[in-house]
Design a protein around this ligand. Structure first.
Ligand code: PEP
Ligand code: MN
Length: 443
């Protein structure tokens, strides 16, 4: 199967692309990227497809999470470990409390490019091009920083490689060993009520592990986890340069990450993103907002998964807490009636963003929970499987979303607001979410 060349994709008039001032520099960066080794193997992508097929069948639950936007400065050992740690904690809560296998996917090692609702940003009467993620331009509010620089795409590759290298070392080198279940619960989170709840669960798990060991059972699964990377496939130069023909199968894979998705703003059927992702063999996702019609979803499924293979396609719905109960049923009903194989995942973040009076972009923890509850209610009433959650989170105790057990208020947002894009759940809020979702799964 051949893939369209970059020029052909650009001829489709893709949305949300950087306007590079220097075409020669773009060609040089793309040429460099084409020589770089794959970040992931095609066989690993196939393994993830098989796991998401289990989600599609209602036999597993997908946990996908990480920053809204990774930054180059954020590629530090502490930062990567903290994100991995909260995802491992959430996964163990979901697995243990709900007795369901959890497919773990980080929104990391490639999540550097952002679609924006406006091409410009104005501060104090000064208007500059919007920040489009470290993949494209700088966050500093200066005209120099905001010029798109294609060399950044090579930096994305290197930062992703460094992140993935550390993640792989952590998950196979002992850190993700279930016997570390207590170790993940350190520092500030341990003292919180949800940290105590986790501690009690970890004690139970430890007792179970001791018992298993005593009877001579010590399977490999106790010592390592499968963990996958994902990001929005947005900048065509980058994703195209990392699309390679797999030597085993002769089929194209985007080897920049295991799972890639198309955002709400770039999912037009005839656009370049849908075209490119229709050719690659990775498991893929599409974000679906409240304006999505059943016909849109069916057309996307026909184009992106013409063989109707389970595991290939995930629909990530992001309706907002106020709209999911009215809007989602029709979509799920029609897609299901058409026999489309898809994993349904809830992004309870992007339909619930608002600006606090202080000017910070934020989300209410209660709205996040309410959207996930609505997602479960809709799927339960239709007899379909609420297959997973896609969340923006961090392993640190930032103050970006309001509410939760710590009862963060709008006036607290300034204490530690570090996101360069959308507000993330902090570690305590993320763990609370995991326990609440485990409850929903159990019912
Ligand atoms: C995102 O995931 O950060 C994002 C921009 O989402 P959406 O495409 O759903 O708006
Ligand atoms: Mn976001």
């Amino acid at each position: 199967m051949s893939i369209p060349d970059l020029e052909a994709l650009h001829a489709l008039g893709p949305a949300q692309q950087p306007t590079y001032p220097d075409k020669g520099a773009v060609d040089a960066a793309v040429a460099r990227l084409r020589t770089m080794p794959p970040l992931v193997f095609a066989g690993e992508c196939d393994d993830l497809t098989a796991k998401i097929a289990a989600v599609t069948r209602g036999e597993a639950f997908l946990l996908q999470g990480g920053d809204c936007a990774e930054t180059f400065a954020g590629v530090t050992a502490d930062n990567v470990r903290n994100k991995l740690r909260v995802l491992l904690q959430m996964a163990v809560v979901l697995t243990y409390a709900a007795s369901v296998p959890v497919v773990k996917v980080g929104r990391l090692a490639g999540q550097y490019a952002k679609p924006r609702s406006s091409d410009f940003e104005t501060r104090d009467g000064v208007t500059l091009p919007a920040y489009r993620g470290d993949a494209v331009n700088g966050f500093d509010f200066t005209s120099e920083a905001r010029i798109p620089d294609p060399q950044r795409l090579v930096d994305v590759y290197n930062s992703s490689a460094a992140t993935l290298n550390l993640v792989r070392a952590f998950v196979t080198g002992g850190y993700a060993d279930l016997r570390q279940v207590h170790t993940w619960n350190t520092d500030f989170v341990r003292e919180s009520p949800v940290g105590q709840q986790y501690e009690a669960m970890a004690n139970e798990i430890e007792r179970a592990l001791t018992f298993m060991k005593a009877i001579g059972a010590d399977p490999d699964e106790f010592h390592r986890v499968d963990f996958h990377s994902s990001h929005e496939a947005l900048v065509l130069e980058y994703e195209h340069a990392l699309t390679r023909i797999d030597s085993r199968t002769d089929l194209p894979y985007d080897v920049s990450g295991h799972f890639v998705w198309i955002g709400e703003r770039t999912r037009q059927l005839d656009n370049a993103h849908v075209e490119l992702l229709s050719h690659i063999r990775n498991p893929i996702g599409v974000k679906l907002g409240p304006t999505t019609t059943p016909d849109d979803a069916l057309a996307l499924a026909a184009k992106l998964n013409p063989q109707n293979e389970p595991g290939r396609l995930t629909f990530i719905t992001r309706f907002g807490a106020g709209r999911i109960r009215d809007g989602l049923p029709n979509l799920v009903e029609k897609v299901t009636a058409a026999g489309v194989e898809v994993a349904w995942v809830c992004d309870p973040m992007h339909g619930n963003t608002f600006e606090a009076s202080s000017g910070y972009k934020t989300r209410r923890f209660d709205d996040v929970i309410d959207e996930v509850q609505g997602f479960f209610d809709v799927h339960r009433s239709l007899g379909t499987w609420p297959g997973g959650i896609h969340v923006e989170l961090t392993g640190d105790d930032v103050t970006e979303c309001v509410g939760g057990g710590e009862e963060l208020l709008e006036v607290d947002l300034g204490h530690r607001y570090e996101s360069v894009c959308d507000p993330r759940l902090n570690r305590v809020q993320s763990l609370e979410l995991a326990f609440l979702v485990a409850e929903m799964l159990r019912k």
